[in-house]
Design a protein around this ligand. Structure first.
Ligand code: PGA
Ligand code: ZN
Length: 446
C-alpha cells in the first residue's frame, strides 16, 4: 500500500554552478506531504572511462560544459516517469531511471541528471521519515565516523599537471575522534602552507584546495608532507599517515607512464618499483589507482607486492561498479573501493558496489569529485553506510569544508553512540607492523 505522504508529486531540475565555475544539475523532489529532497551532481576531471556519462552540451558556450540537455531531461522525461511513485522504494525508483535511460553508460539522459534525481529522492525519503539522512540509512546499526583522507598538495589533472601524482593526502590514523582528526589536519595544512611560503613556493591552491605543488620532483612533495606533519608537532605514521592518489591513467599511454616532472617515460614495472620504494621510505598507508585503469596485470603485480601492507584503492579502475569490484576481488588486483555515486549513476548501484566491496573484504572510501558544491550528501552516505573512510579534497574552500563540517555535526549528534573508525578502517584488515624505517607504515590497532 502506498503511503500518500511519501508519494512523489513533483520533480524539478535546475542548472546551478560548481566549484570550478562550471554548470551542473540540481534536482528537487517534492512529496505530497510537502517534504522536499534536493541534491546536486558533482563532476570529475580525472574520470575513469567506465563511469556513467556526464552529459554536457558541447559546442563553444561555457567551454562545452553546459548541462541544458541534462536539465531538460530531468524536467521533460524523468519528472513524468517518477510522478506518483513512492519515494521510499529507492531500488524501484532507480531501476525506473535506468530503464528510462536505456543505455549501459547512462549517456542518453545523462548520469549527472540521474544521480541528482536519485540522491534527491533519498533525501526526500529521509525527510518523509523525519530523520537526518545518515540516521535514515543507518537504521538501528552502530554508527562509525569515517577516517578522513585529506589532501595537502593537489597535483595531476587538478593542478595543470604541475606534478604527476594527483593527491598528496594525510590520514589522521592516530586520532581518537573525527573532531580531533580535523584538528590535527588543520595544523598540518597550516604548517604545509608556512613551509611552502618559507621556501618561496606558495602559489595558491589546486582544484580541491590543496596547495599548488610547486615542486621539482614528485618525491619532493612527499618530503614536504612528512616535514609538515612534524612541524605540526605530530608523528608521521603514528598520528598522521600519508595517502596518495596516483591517478595513473592520466599519464599512461601505450604501456608507458609519462612522468612529466621527472622528464621520462617508464613501464608499469618501473612505476611499481618507484611506488614500492616510496612505500618503503615514507609512512604511506594508502595508494589509489597506482596503475592505469586497464593495466589489470600491473594492478595484480602491485597488489602481490604490497597488498599485505598498504591499502590499494580502485577509483578509475573500479568506477563504483559492483561487477568490476567482484572481478578485482577474483583477480586480487586491489583491496579497497573508492565510492563515488556519480560514477555509478544511481544510489542503488552505488550501494551495490559498496556491498560487493564489503563481501570481498575490501575497505570502502566514500568520495567527492574534484568539481563539487555545497551539497553534503556524501557525508551522510559515509556515516549511514558505515563506509569507514571519507575523501573530500583538502582543508580549504567551502565546497570541501561543508562536508567536513557536516560530519562534525553528525559526530556531535551521535554523542557516545558513535565510534571513530580510525586506523582500523584501512585495508588490509590485519597488516603486520611497520617496516624497518622508523617512519614506516606504523603500527596498526585491531
Ligand atoms: P576527479 O578526482 O573527481 O577529478 O575524478 C578525484 C579522484 O580521482 O579521486
Ligand atoms: Zn582517484
Amino acid at each position: 500500500m502506498r503511503n500518500a505522504s511519501s508519494t512523489i508529486e513533483q520533480v524539478a531540475g535546475r542548472r546551478v554552478w560548481d566549484s570550478r565555475g562550471r554548470p551542473t544539475v540540481e534536482a528537487e523532489i517534492r512529496l505530497a506531504s510537502g517534504v522536499v529532497g534536493r541534491a546536486i551532481a558533482p563532476a570529475g576531471a580525472s574520470t575513469g572511462s567506465g563511469e556513467a556519462v556526464d552529459l554536457r552540451d558541447g559546442g563553444t558556450r561555457l567551454g562545452g560544459y553546459d548541462v541544458t540537455a541534462a536539465v531538460r531531461n530531468v524536467q521533460d522525461e524523468i519528472a513524468p516517469a517518477l510522478r506518483g511513485r513512492d519515494v521510499t522504494d529507492q531500488a524501484r525508483l532507480d531501476q525506473a531511471l535506468v530503464d528510462l535511460d536505456g543505455t549501459s553508460d547512462r549517456s542518453r539522459l545523462g548520469g549527472n541528471g540521474l544521480i541528482a534525481v536519485s540522491l534527491a529522492a533519498l533525501h526526500a525519503a529521509a525527510g518523509a521519515a523525519g530523520l537526518p539522512l545518515w540516521g535514515y540509512l543507518l537504521g538501528a546499526g552502530t554508527a562509525l565516523l569515517p577516517l578522513p583522507e585529506i589532501q595537502i598538495f593537489g597535483g595531476g589533472a587538478h593542478a595543470g599537471r604541475r606534478v604527476d601524482i594527483q593527491d598528496f593526502m594525510v590520514m589522521p590514523v592516530g586520532a581518537s575522534s573525527f573532531a580531533q582528526a580535523l584538528d590535527w589536519t588543520a595544523e598540518v595544512y597550516l604548517a604545509a602552507g608556512t613551509r611552502m611560503a618559507q621556501a618561496g613556493r606558495l602559489q595558491g591552491v589546486a582544484d580541491e584546495g590543496g596547495y599548488w605543488p610547486a615542486f621539482d620532483t614528485n618525491e619532493e612533495a612527499l618530503e614536504f608532507l612528512v616535514r609538515a606533519i612534524e612541524d605540526a608537532g605530530r608523528a608521521p605514521g603514528d598520528d598522521l599517515a600519508i595517502s596518495l592518489d596516483v591517478a595513473a591513467t592520466e599519464f599512461h599511454d601505450a604501456g608507458q607512464y609519462h612522468l612529466g616532472l621527472d622528464g621520462r617515460a617508464i613501464d608499469g614495472d618501473a612505476l611499481i618499483e618507484l611506488l614500492v620504494g616510496w612505500i618503503d621510505r615514507y609512512p604511506i598507508v594508502s595508494i589509489e589507482d597506482p596503475l592505469a585503469e586497464d593495466d589489470v596485470a600491473g594492478m595484480q603485480r602491485f597488489t602481490a607486492a604490497v597488498g599485505d601492507r598498504v591499502q590499494i584503492v580502485g577509483d578509475d579502475y573500479l568506477v563504483t561498479n559492483a561487477r568490476r569490484v567482484e572481478r578485482a576481488a577474483r583477480d586480487r588486483a586491489c583491496n579497497a573501493l573508492l565510492v563515488k555515486p556519480n560514477q555509478a549513476g544511481t544510489v542503488t548501484e552505488t550501494r551495490a558496489a559498496l556491498e560487493a566491496a564489503r563481501a570481498a573484504g575490501f575497505a570502502t572510501i566514500v568520495s567527492a569529485r574534484s568539481g563539487e558544491t555545497e551539497d553534503v550528501t556524501i557525508a551522510h552516505l559515509a556515516v549511514g553506510w558505515g563506509a569507514g573512510q571519507l575523501k573530500v579534497g583538502s582543508f580549504a574552500r567551502s565546497e570541501r569544508m561543508a562536508k567536513w563540517n557536516e560530519v562534525l555535526r553528525i559526530e556531535e549528534a551521535l554523542g557516545d553512540t558513535g565510534t571513530f573508525a580510525g586506523r582500523g578502517a584501512l585495508a588490509p584488515p590485519s597488516a603486520p607492523a611497520g617496516t624497518g624505517d622508523p617512519r614506516g607504515p606504523g603500527r596498526r590497532s585491531g
